[in-house]
Write a protein that binds this ligand. Structure first.
Ligand code: ACO
Length: 334
């Protein structure tokens, strides 16, 4: 499937952003006390220096609701005016009901529909594209798109291959229908279900219900074949971003900000090289937050927004890769 270039008169536009990062900071030095690792290894191999860890009584919906509330306040839109809430997460509060419904209740969005969308680390971009379709069709006017993750709750804290990589947090955008600007100009959503075992939480779904043996084996925790995922991630995101640029006729030099998934600085550097992107225009916050899966891109957008680095008309190229496998890219006009 080739990337989709929008030809609609109505566009979607981000009119508010929000982010919530838990208070507790876990540094690489803290991890040295938990598993056999070093600050030097983590920094050199990933670029991550610290990450946030949610409190025991702080859940994915709590973080998502806080980020969403900020996005609403910034947009000057009341909870009553929200038509739909889409939450991307692979660490929901419960398998059902959805985390989106919990956030709907928490923020008091009494007239909104709400559902979760699961595409792991690519989830925010998948959700953005789905929300865009509801807006350009004229069905809805205000949609909250949220990425929220409590990944610390599904990590095997004895596995140094994975526990050093992830962090908790939430980001949100309020997407509004408008006739101004160009909105979400092009998008590319992809998947490969033939590689599910590469990046997965094997147990706790119906395939492998939780038993004492499962808990003892930590099969209810995140597993990743890091090296294989690394290679796939570079090829997939590089190809997908290239497709978006080519099919929209946008030159990479016209892009104001590249906002990539924040899994590993070496992956980002490989993408910069592959697509000949100006490094200073590639936003990086993984040093402070690690990989927050679906929350990475909305948190980055919020940081760019509140630091005054975005102007209306700027083109933003986003890309992500995660479990599924899934990957996605999109270019939007701010
Ligand atoms: N500290 C010290 N040593 C470690 C650590 C650690 N935390 N983790 C692994 N090592 C060791 C390994 O055991 C191995 O040792 P060995 O050679 O004696 O066996 C050695 O370091 C090298 O391990 P590799 O796996 O080859 O390390 P690599 O350079 O590939 O880096 C990493 C590993 C960081 C996981 C990298 O492969 C990566 O970033 N992968 C992609 C992650 C990603 O993109 N995820 C995307 C989505 S996540 C989602 O969807 C939920």
């Amino acid at each position: 499937m080739t990337p989709k270039v929008s030809s609609s008169k109505i566009h979607s536009r981000i009119v508010g952003t929000g982010a919530y990062l838990p208070e507790r900071i876990m540094t690489n030095a803290d991890l040295e006390k938990i598993v056999e690792t070093t600050d030097a290894w983590i920094t050199e191999r990933t670029g991550i220096r610290e990450r946030r860890i949610a409190a025991d009584d702080e859940f994915t919906s709590d973080m998502g609701a806080k980020a969403a509330q900020q996005a609403l306040t910034m947009a000057g839109v009341t909870a009553d005016e929200v038509d739909l809430i889409i939450v991307s997460t692979f660490t929901p509060d419960t398998i059902f009901p959805s985390t989106a419904c919990r956030i709907q209740h928490a923020i008091g969005a009494k007239k909104a529909g709400a559902f979760d969308l699961q595409a792991a680390c690519s989830g925010f971009l998948y959700s953005l594209v789905v929300a865009d379709q509801f807006l350009i069709s004229g069905l809805y006017r205000n949609i909250l798109v949220i990425g929220s993750e409590k990944i610390s709750s599904v990590l095997n804290w004895n596995d140094r291959n994975t526990c050093v990589l992830f962090g908790d947090g939430a980001g949100a955008v309020l997407l509004q229908a408008t006739e101004q600007g160009r909105g979400l100009i092009v998008s590319d959503l992809r998947s490969d279900g033939g590689e599910t075992e590469m990046l997965t939480i094997p147990a706790s779904g119906c395939r492998m219900p939780v038993t004492q043996q499962i808990l003892d084996q930590k099969s209810n925790c995140l597993f990743m074949a890091g090296k294989e995922v690394f290679k796939k991630a570079v090829t997939a995101m590089g190809g997908s971003m290239g497709h978006c640029l080519k099919s929209s006729g946008i030159d990479s030099q016209e892009i104001k900000w590249v906002v990539p998934h924040q899994a590993n600085l070496r992956i980002i550097d490989a993408l910069v090289q592959r697509l000949d992107l100006p490094r200073e225009q590639v936003y990086v916050n993984l040093d402070r937050f690690g990989n927050m899966s679906a929350a990475c891109i909305p948190v980055a957008l919020h940081e760019l927004n509140v630091s005054g680095k975005l102007e209306r008309g700027d083109l933003i190229l986003m890309t992500a890769f995660g479990g599924g496998l899934t990957w996605a890219s999109a270019i939007l006009e701010w």
